[in-house]
Design a protein around this ligand. Structure first.
Ligand code: GRF
Length: 208
């Protein structure tokens, strides 16, 4: 039997919804393709389906509702304390639909990543598939980046792209992009856990 590492690389994953990226990470761990552990899953919505995925995988969950706090600073201070309890090596944003305060982002600088459904720096923000189609682009893709104060603007770690065909729709792109995300996110997390991807003075350094 394979021995478990004494000090596994710990993730805290933040979600807001369906949680398919969370599931991809859970599955990669289960299939022994990703040598990390998920210490907790945190959602800003109580109805996020990803919470059920976490419960199914016996991962502790927390819900932080906006309505329980008087402002973003208070919210993020409570969120930061909760994340810190787990002493994570990496905070993973997986469809977390809330803008984090600079204070929180800076607290986790170099230890917090996000996945975005576009080839950043193109198409920051929401509804990327519709905007990519409206922009008559010939390719689309996915970006994993470190999170900084600039929304969807942190240093890029890795991207994967696909061609756009004339019969593609928002729905077909959504499916293809999700598929790419599910391959890319576990891979990048593995590279960070293995110290093949590093944050050095605000820049990404990749080695093999
Ligand atoms: C993904 O497309 C991700 O790129 C974006 O939010 C979506 C989350 O999907 N940030 P899921 O909840 O992981 O299924």
């Amino acid at each position: 039997m394979k021995k478990k590492s004494v000090n596994p690389f710990r993730l805290v994953i933040l979600i807001s919804g369906f949680g398919s990226n969370l599931q991809a990470i859970i599955d990669a761990i289960k299939n022994q393709k990703l040598p990390v552990t998920i210490s907790a899953v945190i959602s800003n919505r109580s109805d996020a389906y990803g919470l059920q995925r976490a419960a199914q995988a016996k991962i502790p969950t927390h819900i932080f509702l906006k309505t329980d706090y008087s402002n973003a600073a208070e919210y993020d201070s409570a969120l930061q304390n909760c994340i810190d309890q787990y002493q994570p090596d990496l905070v993973v944003l997986a469809g977390f639909m809330r803008i984090l305060t600079p204070k929180l982002v800076n607290h986790f600088a170099g230890r917090i990543v996000n996945i975005h459904p576009s080839l950043l720096p193109k198409y920051q923000g929401l509804n990327t598939h519709a905007r990519v189609l409206a922009g008559k682009e010939t390719e689309h893709g996915v970006t994993v980046h470190f999170v900084t104060e600039e929304l969807d603007g942190g240093p890029i770690i890795m991207q994967k792209n696909i061609a756009i065909y004339s019969d593609d729709t928002v729905e077909t792109l959504q499916e293809k992009i999700h598929q790419l995300e599910h391959e890319l996110y576990p891979l990048v997390i593995k590279m960070i856990a293995e110290k093949k991807v590093k944050w050095v003075n605000g820049k990404v350094v990749i080695s093999n």
